[in-house]
Design a binder for this molecule. Structure first.
Ligand SMILES: [Fe+2]
Length: 524
């Protein structure tokens, strides 16, 4: 089996990697925005957003396009949040300042809100009002249902954000959970050709510096479908590798090459992190260093534990490196995050919360049959000792009703999670400790093995090889709607017919359900 997207990536990217750089692209984008702003265009060209909902507070976000980028004075922004879109009942309001130091982004942690309630918010600058955003706090107790969209891998030049358009049509979501690859760092044509659909990202070369990453977020946030999804629903996001560089780890990335003039990894990582925090509606940690892991409690029904399995991990090893793969010292999360995650899961179980949802980036399920080598050592299959520690903990502490939420794979999967799918597990679910839903890409292309002419046969072979696999769609772009009730968690896949054509059309894919206490997926 060959499941890695990298193989597709590098075969398509190889011919374009030598393209000359376009150093003025970032400046060109800035100049274009500022011309529009100073000519009387909107100061809110990147929309509004909300995120990280708690019972009493929520993050509100916008960006102001400056009229005069040479001015050193901060820009004053008024914000307000209330119970109706006409703001006849303002609950909280205030003033904020922004400047070039944070790329003119604005982030407010609006507090004093009621749990489980819908709110509307807006910003004002120089008499212009932003679009009116809608958002929702999480309930504190007594929740009987939770519904969210699970998404990943939104690649601007690879296709239209039809998935965001489909999600924005829904009226029934509590949140959008984004498990990474919100942007891609590549230059135009390296992984997705935007020229033919007028979606060339800025800068058109690979993003490396803070100015590059900021420009890349600005490109993505001009997309009307992404703006609308942000305007209507709170996001809960963690990053994956492409917010930094392909196959990133704590000390580098496969797509980071100092010898090619890409500089120091620590500086690049810090730049990518700064731009991510500036542009995403995330509640920022006060702890030093990169710290994105955090928990959201949904009304005593589910605890959503969001992990960063990307920026704190040890380096990937080759699939032939048996000793490296087995090394118990290698970690995906770092010791502090691992201990924190165990504490969060233990506390959730002891509180008798029905469900624990683990939002993270890469496929958790073992997909390496006996006698074969792992096909993707960037995923949990490349860190089996770390996975073993998690499963040891789940068994030892009797952690029940654990649902793992995953992106990265550019394909759709539903799994039971036994320790060993080929020994001590039965297809009826005996031996399973958890379940996993893998959301497909919003627009990134599918893995080569499924996208090839022999993709159907490849998918059939995978189904035979993996007894714990309960759902697979290898090729379509889309998202998952996850429904949580006290008795069951259900995943419903939805797909876009063609992301190279702008449309909000979608088709329903499969559904699987995990009944409480079963740790087992059944077709719904
Ligand atoms: Fe991706």
């Amino acid at each position: 089996m060959s499941l890695t997207r990298r193989q597709f990536l590098w075969t398509t990217a190889a011919s374009t990697l030598a393209l000359p750089l376009a150093p003025s692209a970032v400046e060109g984008l800035l100049a274009q925005e500022q011309r529009q702003a100073s000519a009387g265009g909107s100061r809110f060209q990147h929309g509004v957003a909300s995120g990280d909902p708690l019972g009493d507070r929520i993050i509100l976000w916008t960006r102001i396009t400056p009229r005069d980028p040479s001015a050193v004075q901060p820009i004053g922004v008024r914000w307000r949040i209330g119970g109706d879109p006409g703001f006849s009942r303002v609950v909280s309001s205030g003033m904020a300042e922004t400047s070039a130091a944070r790329d003119y982004t604005v982030k407010i942690d609006a507090a004093g809100l009621m749990p489980g309630a819908t709110y509307y918010y807006a910003f004002d600058v120089d008499g212009e009002q932003s679009p009116i955003g809608r958002t929702k706090t999480f309930p504190v107790n007594g929740a009987q249902s939770m519904r969210f969209a699970l998404v990943s891998c939104s690649n601007y030049p690879a296709g239209f954000f039809n998935v965001y358009a489909g999600i924005a049509k829904r009226a029934d979501l509590d949140a959008i959970v984004h498990v990474g690859d919100y942007i891609y760092e590549f230059g135009e044509g390296e992984y997705g050709a935007g020229a033919t659909i007028n979606r060339i990202p800025q800068p058109p070369r690979e993003s490396i510096s803070l100015a590059d990453y900021r420009a890349r977020y600005r490109t993505y946030r001009t997309d009307p479908d992404l703006q609308e999804a942000h305007r209507l629903f709170p996001f809960i996001a963690v990053w994956d590798d492409h917010e930094l560089a392909n196959d990133a780890w704590a000390g580098g990335a496969i797509n980071h090459n100092p010898e090619k003039g890409e500089g120091n990894w620590a500086a690049r990582k810090a730049a990518g992190y700064q731009a991510y925090l500036e542009w995403m509606p995330i509640r920022e940690s006060s702890e030093p260093g990169i710290h994105l892991y955090r928990t959201f409690r949904f009304g005593g029904l589910a605890d959503l534990v969001m992990l960063d399995t990307r920026a704190l991990r040890d380096r990937q090893v080759a699939s032939t490196n048996a000793a490296g793969l087995a090394d118990p010292q290698r970690t995906l999360m770092g010791a502090a995050q691992e201990a924190w995650m165990f504490d969060e899961l233990r506390a959730s179980q002891r509180a008798n919360t029905p469900w624990r949802l683990l939002g993270q980036q890469i496929m958790f399920a073992p997909i390496t049959p006996p006698g074969t080598r792992p096909t993707n050592t960037d995923a949990w299959d490349g860190y089996p000792a770390q996975r073993g520690r998690v499963l040891d903990f789940v068994e030892r502490e009797r952690i029940r009703d654990l649902v793992i939420l995953t992106g990265d794979a550019h394909s759709s999967w539903g799994f039971d999670i036994p320790r060993n799918p080929w020994n001590g597990y039965r297809k009826t679910g005996d031996g399973s400790l958890a379940v996993e839903f893998v959301t497909p890409a919003i627009s990134s292309p599918p893995p080569a093995m499924f996208g090839s002419p022999n993709g159907t046969e490849a998918a059939a072979a995978v189904r035979v090889a993996l007894p714990h696999l309960k759902y697979l769609d290898g090729v379509r772009r889309g998202y998952v709607v996850v429904d949580v009730t006290p008795m069951a968690v259900k995943a419903n896949w939805y797909f876009s017919p063609d992301v190279r054509v702008h449309s909000d059309a979608e088709v329903a894919g499969g559904s699987v359900v995990c009944e409480r206490g079963s740790a087992h997926l059944q077709m719904a």
